[in-house]
Design a protein around this ligand. Structure first.
Ligand code: DOR
Ligand code: ZN
Length: 344
């Protein structure tokens, strides 16, 4: 049997939600990942250190008995975030980053930032505290084509931001374009996470034989040349690029709707999907560092010590998983996958 053994990975961009949904999805992540950067876009969002502490406790309480998992918390930046909150966050230790959502960009982003220029005092505090800023890097201007929103964000907002705060450590999250790859490569103290869906699919997947809502996420899938650019970046061995699934659970009915939610659920089989993407360009030897080394190095945390094994086994991804009062449809549901994580 062909197998691949890696240092246990971490997920540097994850949506766990709360309550019953948290209990339904967390066991999937815990099976593969030791730690995860947990997104704060709850309703209401996680805006303060006190709210992050309470959310962290709810996550810890939902870890299945006998399993190990460390949630790494983030704060949701708003127009009203105070610089003092950053100082408190730094002292609290368990808050690892601050997340910027442009207001209205995506799921639960209504309370996000309306004008990035309004947050300069917070960015100054973050730069001083060496607190990373995680960016949902898209403009929300409805006049900008949805496929250009990442590129325009970089030009209009990110380049000026890094000129104002060159020491600020930034993660451009879930990158989807060659422009994002080029920007990250050219800019100090800047890294990027990459999702499995953006490595494996171009925007054609959204329309293959009909409308495919389970391939809809934000930033939206881009054209094939961009997919190839981010696949090259992920498999290049450059430590600026590391794993972040952006696994984002939505019930089947909220995806299969006249106005479906954005988000792909990949926590079930994330590592296998990444293995397939790396294998497609003969780069399986680069998977371990992407999945397990470069993330902790960026966040200045120790690398994990235990290991996980994948075997070359073809299996069928379930059509749906049990989920609160409805089903949860995983990425590529009902189709085959050729790697399987051996879970202990
Ligand atoms: O597709 C997405 N889903 N993109 C995001 O930015 C948010 C996420 C979610 O929370 O569902
Ligand atoms: Zn996300």
């Amino acid at each position: 049997m062909e197998t691949l053994t890696l240092t246990r990975p971490d997920d540097w961009h994850l949506h766990l939600r709360d309550g019953e949904v948290l209990k339904a999805v967390l066991p999937h992540t815990v099976r593969q990942f030791a730690r995860a950067i947990v997104m704060p876009n709850l309703k209401p969002p996680v805006r303060t250190v006190a709210e992050a502490a309470a959310y962290r406790d709810r996550i810890l309480a939902a870890i299945p008995a006998g399993q190990q998992f460390e949630p790494l918390m983030t704060l949701y930046l708003t127009d009203n975030t105070r610089p003092e909150e950053i100082v408190t966050a730094r002292e609290a230790q368990f808050v690892k980053a601050v997340k910027y959502y442009p207001a209205g960009a995506t799921t639960n982003s209504d309370a996000g930032v309306t004008d990035i220029g309004k947050c300069d005092r917070v960015f100054e505090a973050m730069e001083q505290a060496d607190m990373p800023l995680l960016l949902h890097g898209e403009v929300t201007d409805p006049a900008v084509d949805i496929f250009d929103r990442e590129k325009v964000f970089i030009e209009k907002h990110l380049i000026p931001l890094k000129q104002r705060f060159p020491q600020l450590r930034v993660v451009l999250e879930h990158i989807t374009t060659s422009e994002a790859v080029d920007y990250v490569l050219a800019t100090d103290r800047t890294a990027a996470t990459i999702t499995p869906q953006h490595l494996l699919y171009s925007r054609n997947a959204l329309f293959q034989g009909g409308l495919r809502p389970h391939y809809f996420c934000l930033p939206i899938l881009k054209r094939e040349t961009h997919r190839q650019a981010i696949l090259r970046a992920a498999t290049s061995g450059n430590p600026k690029f590391f794993l972040g699934t952006d696994s984002a659970p939505h019930s089947r009915h909220s995806k299969e709707s006249a106005c479906g939610c954005a988000g792909c659920f990949s926590a079930l089989h994330a590592l296998e999907l990444y293995a397939e993407a790396f294998e497609s360009v003969n780069a399986l030897d680069k998977l371990e560092a992407f999945a397990s080394f470069y993330g902790p190095d960026f966040y200045q945390l120790p690398r994990n010590r235990d290991r996980i094994t994948l075997s070359k086994t073809t299996w069928r991804i379930p059509d749906q998983l049990p989920f609160v009062d409805d089903g949860l449809v995983p990425l590529r549901a009902g189709e085959a996958l050729t790697w399987k994580a051996l879970l202990n």
